[in-house]
Design a protein around this ligand. Sequence first.
Ligand SMILES: [Zn+2]
Length: 179
Amino acid sequence: LQKLIVGNSIYLNTSDSLASVSHERARETAQNGQRPYAVVVSCSDSRVPSEYIFAAGIGDLFIVRTAGNVIGEFELGSIEFGVQYLKAPLIVVMGHSNCGAVEAALANQGDGYLSAVVREIQSGLNGVTDEGEAIHKNVLHSKQRILESPIVRQLLEAGQLMIVCAEYDLFTKHVDFFS
Ligand SMILES: [Zn+2]
């Protein structure tokens, strides 16, 4: 808790950074609303901070995070909100190396509600056992789940939306995009 409190105070006192987290931007977006330039669907993993990774600031990214970037009804609803009402023109589905959720799915581990996450990941693996390949397949599976949304499909067909896949490398901090 102390770390969060100190972190927030640093954040509050930052007036200048690579991305705009300025008070001015905060006030401007609070007043005029958000117009994020992308919806980023990624893993809850603390080593995958989308705003830092993409040098984005306040109002830039509409982010949906779940363990293993799995997609269910709440996530689809959030994505639809981002693309339909906020008019974000891009969806990025981003997995990452060393993903614990994918590792749990491969090892068939996970109790409590985590078992639902594991089952969802497993349903997209089609028997793949290699971790790197599983991470890749899991991103593509999440993309397919997002395409189940008629609203998303409509916007894609109208040329008002693009969807891309990505993988973030924890070691190099590099994002590799693919479709
Ligand atoms: Zn992960």
